[in-house]
Ligand binder design. Structure first.
Ligand code: SF4
Length: 306
């Protein structure tokens, strides 16, 4: 499954066919999942101008690539403009993205803003710089979207980013809150969309290899990777290793929320809940089956004396 066309040793025709088959399957899967997310959340509509934010990382390259494919097949018309914010980090290879986008024939804009110096000046040495950096970046990208006439801002976050954020908020922020697939920007002027919401990170790694995207390293700013996010990533990796499918199951869970079975009094009006004598499938059944016990386990328990 991890094979790609970039192998160094000579390959048999059969191996090449297998690799090509797997790569096509991956491309189809990404198109299907991105198309599904766009449809489920009504992310893109006829006449939209979608600003795709390109960082030079694997996820945003994959997002642009798949959106371009889907646009060719879509029954609606929408425009795409790629935008990169050059934050003037030391050694940022400023020529890579313009060369890539020119070759691709995609309209693009490079916004040059030295947020790196601002962050370095304002934040004390050794303190985490990411929150100020992303706040500055967000403001700039909203302005650029305005100037380019883009009503949608597409970001490359995938399923694993969404789940990591969910756990970060739960463990460190005491909130059930993830990263939405679609949400109005905080200035109220744009719609921020995450068309890769259903895509596994593992697939974006492989896709980047297959497509040979010219990846720009993400550690140019010198900031340490967020330790808490790293811990969550490790936790999810461990769960998936021990119980394959668990991460997918958690992702399905955040799409299937039952407010009456949680404790948020703003989401469910517990105070005014009264007995009305009507049977309700979502009502409490007092002795809920253990979700992980197979149904037959209960059939073997005798409730009558021998
Ligand atoms: S890792 Fe660097 S570039 Fe990215 S948000 Fe943090 S400070 Fe900004």
């Amino acid at each position: 499954m991890n094979a790609t066309l970039s192998a160094a040793e000579p390959l048999s025709i059969k191996s090449i066919e297998k690799i090509t088959y797997e790569n096509n399957k991956l491309h189809k899967r990404l198109c299907r999942q991105v198309g599904q997310a766009i449809g489920d959340f009504n992310m893109i509509e006829d006449g939209d101008k979608v600003m795709v934010c390109l960082s030079g990382g694997k996820d945003s390259y994959a997002l642009l690539d798949i959106l371009l494919t889907l646009r060719e097949r879509a029954p609606i018309n929408f425009d795409i403009v790629a935008v990169n914010l050059d934050q003037k980090q030391p050694n940022f290879p400023a020529d890579i993205l313009p060369a890539y986008l020119t070759k691709l024939g995609v309209p693009f804009h490079i916004e040059n803003q030295d947020t790196y110096s601002i962050v370095k000046r304002v934040i004390e040495e050794g303190k985490t710089t990411c929150s100020l950096c992303s706040r500055l970046r967000r403001g700039i990208l909203y302005r650029v979207a305005d100037e380019l006439g883009a009503n949608k801002i597409a970001l490359g976050h995938h399923r694993d980013d969404i789940l990591e954020t969910f756990f970060l908020n739960m463990f460190f922020g005491a909130k059930i809150k993830g990263m939405p697939a679609k949400l109005q920007s905080d200035d109220g002027k744009h719609m921020v969309i995450r068309p890769m919401a259903y895509v596994k990170e593992e697939d974006t790694f492989r896709y980047a290899e297959v497509k040979k995207f010219p990846i720009i390293p993400c550690d140019l700013c010198g900031s340490q990777e967020n330790l808490q996010r790293k811990q969550i990533k490790g936790l999810m990796r461990e769960w998936e290793k021990k119980h394959p499918g668990r991460v997918e199951s958690i992702f399905s869970a955040i799409s299937t929320v039952v407010p009456s079975h949680l404790m948020d009094r703003d989401l469910f009006n517990f105070k005014d809940l009264n007995i009305d004598g009507k049977a309700k499938p979502e009502g409490d059944i007092a002795f809920d089956d253990e979700p992980c016990a197979p149904p037959q386990a209960f059939n073997t328990i005798s409730i009558t004396p021998n």
